[in-house]
Write a protein that binds this ligand. Structure first.
Ligand code: SF4
Length: 198
């Protein structure tokens, strides 16, 4: 039977199995079983894992996010973050900033939803995603209608829009970076960056 293990699964399994198996090899089968029941399971074993990308810089290190259900709210709480050993960029490592990302997630000042400050207003207010997307689309269209340049002063076709810029997120994958590029260029946008280099 072929068993395929990721490097991560191997590390988790190896720690628990090594001590008990050694006893079994010497013929202490019952001792082995009794010993196995005393081994405390790894703290992370009961948590739910999700893969993600560090939100900070363009190195875009892979992370594993561990969460567990909060009995009061019945929602999942993020309780631990570590580097993903199977990720080709960082192979399990995180720099101090990425290693402290749990504080970023739980920060009181973190913005969880779109905010809008009305023209002439002095404070930001929570708005829906529909409102935010409609507003962004409307402003891009207005700007493009007013400033799209089909030809330059020498008459050469340029089809460019230099008054709107677009910045892609650091956790975007190669595929979403490609889509960001296609979207921006289809409007003629010249100023474009996609932070993630993955
Ligand atoms: S862990 Fe550090 S190096 Fe890696 S993406 Fe995050 S900030 Fe950049």
């Amino acid at each position: 039977m072929n068993v395929e293990l990721s490097r991560r699964q191997f590390v988790i399994g190896a720690g628990a199995g090594a001590a008990g198996t050694a006893l079994g090899a010497f013929g202490f089968g019952e001792v082995e079983q009794a010993y196995a029941t005393t081994i405390r399971p790894f703290k992370l074993a009961s948590l739910k894992e999700a893969r993600n990308t560090c939100p900070y810089c363009s190195v875009s290190c892979g992370m594993i996010l561990y969460s567990k259900e909060n009995p009061q709210t019945k929602k999942m709480d993020l309780v631990h973050i570590e580097g993903d050993v199977d990720h080709p960029v960082n192979r399990g490592t995180l720099c101090p900033k990425g290693a402290a990302a749990l504080d970023f997630v739980h920060s009181k000042t973190r913005v969880h939803y779109p905010m809008h400050r009305k023209p002439g207003g002095d404070k930001f207010e929570r708005v829906s995603w529909d409102f935010a997307l409609d507003r962004i689309a409307k402003l891009i269209k207005e700007d493009r209608d007013a400033n799209f340049m089909e030809k330059n002063k020498d008459g050469a076709t340029v089809n460019r829009l230099t008054t709107t810029g677009l910045l892609g997120g650091c956790a975007a994958s190669n595929e979403s970076g490609w889509l960001t590029y296609k979207f921006a260029r289809s409007l003629g946008i010249v100023q474009l960056d996609n932070q993630a280099r993955i």
